[in-house]
Design a protein around this ligand. Sequence first.
Ligand SMILES: [Zn+2]
Length: 600
Amino acid sequence: MYIDKNFIPKIRRECLHRRSIVLLILLFLVFLFAFWNIQILHHQEYREQALRNINKRVYLQAPRGLIRDRNGRLIATNKLDFTLVIRRERARNLSRTIQLLAPIVDLSEKEIRRRIRKYRHYPASYAIPIRKNLDLREVIIIKSREEEYPGIEVTHKPMREYPLGNTLSQIIGYISELSPEEYQKRETYQLGDMIGKTGVEKEYEEYFRGKRGYQDVIIDHLNQIKDVVYEEPPLLGDTVELTIDLDLQLQLEKIFDGYSGVIGVSDLSTGGILALVSKPDFDPAFFTSIKSEAEWKALIDDPSDPLTNRFIQGVYSPGSTFKIVMTLLGLEEKLIDQTSGVWCAGQTSIYNRMFHCWRDYGHGWVGVRRAVAESCNIFFYHLGRKTDIETIGRYARLLGLGKATGIDLPNEKTGLVPSPEWKQAALDRPWYRGETISVAIGQGPLLVTPAQMLQMISTVALRGKSPRLHLLKTIQSEDGVVLTPAPDFREIPIKKEHFELLIEGLFSCVQEGTARRAKVEGLDICGKTGTVQVITKENPEYEELVKKDPFKPHSWFVSFAPKKDPRIAVVVFVENGGDASQVAVPLAAEVYRRYFNYER
Ligand SMILES: [Zn+2]
């Protein structure tokens, strides 16, 4: 049988061709059906769904950067906070909604109305916070009523948490909702964002803040998220590590319990603050919750002034601690030297006026060293007579008084170093010579902060190398170190030998002078006391009044140790504490014991 070799392939070719056409037609039909299905059959259904589901961008707040101590221990962190909010634009019946909520969140209807009213200038779509820190039970109850009472919602976002309570509150400061004024000034912030208001929280706000994220979501008519289309997660803020040693801090908090005033400790190798207690203090969590008017009033009207950081914002007379400035002035200006001295008989007449030593029966013969150790007023009155207020002002400023120390905390006060120009401008009177005599023992219109005193005694300890006090050790992001400031020292133009002679006096002060109670076995401590009367001895009721609380003198002790190669400097200031030798001095001794034991 004969078969054409080309026949079979030809048939196959035709067959394949026909099959392709059928396939194409089938595909076309499938597409047509799908199109018809979407466009015609389900058109109405899809349209309705699209109307119900609205695309929306939901912003995700970044957790605030952490605060740690020098050894990495946590000082401030974040927790998840559930907050009840009301959106006015969605609320159908605001009165009924408030009635419902009051018993659930344990607030009066009046208080809820007050909270809503506070936001009356905000857009109606704004989520007005009514109660923060909801517990799980409250969350469940509110959630179950959301459908029935549109406009109420429970939001959750990271919230600052201070696990140590009041401890370090004066350094850390607090955060709170940014005000409409702050909002106007800051482009990257949204209404309702939290912002650092005081302390470290304010100083390093830009680092703490992190980066807000967002979700593009589809929500239904009940405002519930149905689907997340896209998410950009928020970025945690940077971690701020402080120079604070939390172990030492907690011990000093205990030592200073019940007192009002300051204990500050500086690390003399860097100028970093190792511990800083300023009392009274406050609970920073107060500002991250929502408080009633009465609670606010109680805090603001509190006569003990707990929101003031006395270390940088308390201004006080330096009292006899100012004799440190006068001693250096006298030596540097060659008004006194190692051999000079005066006879203290308890009182002396200068410019036809009687000036008194604190010791009525006098100190007898006093040279520089004993004058510092015993804090003899007569010695410094005579020194004051040999100089003038301008020179005193110059040395005070050289040692950092009359200006901010530049510590990394906001709102530091500068205190006051008087001058004739200042007096003319402030009191419209000329400066009198007799006033210079008072300033020479630290009285008159001199005002200093405990921070300035700590900087001054640190400078003395380092024989004229003045450290810039600071709290920041380092800032770290998730990718590594962002910022580590280098220690910053300024050289004071006063001869080293003059510091050495002053330090001999400060050492004697602890060994045998007014600060004997600061003696600690095996440690050479140097320091100077200051007792500042808050009522004059001329007051006829002085003897009675001075024993009572608001009239007791303020109590200073500035010190450092060891004498050779000093490691730390300490300022103790006790508001209305009483005699410095009895109050500030023993407190400082306790600080040294804790620090050097603890270090072992
Ligand atoms: Zn004297």
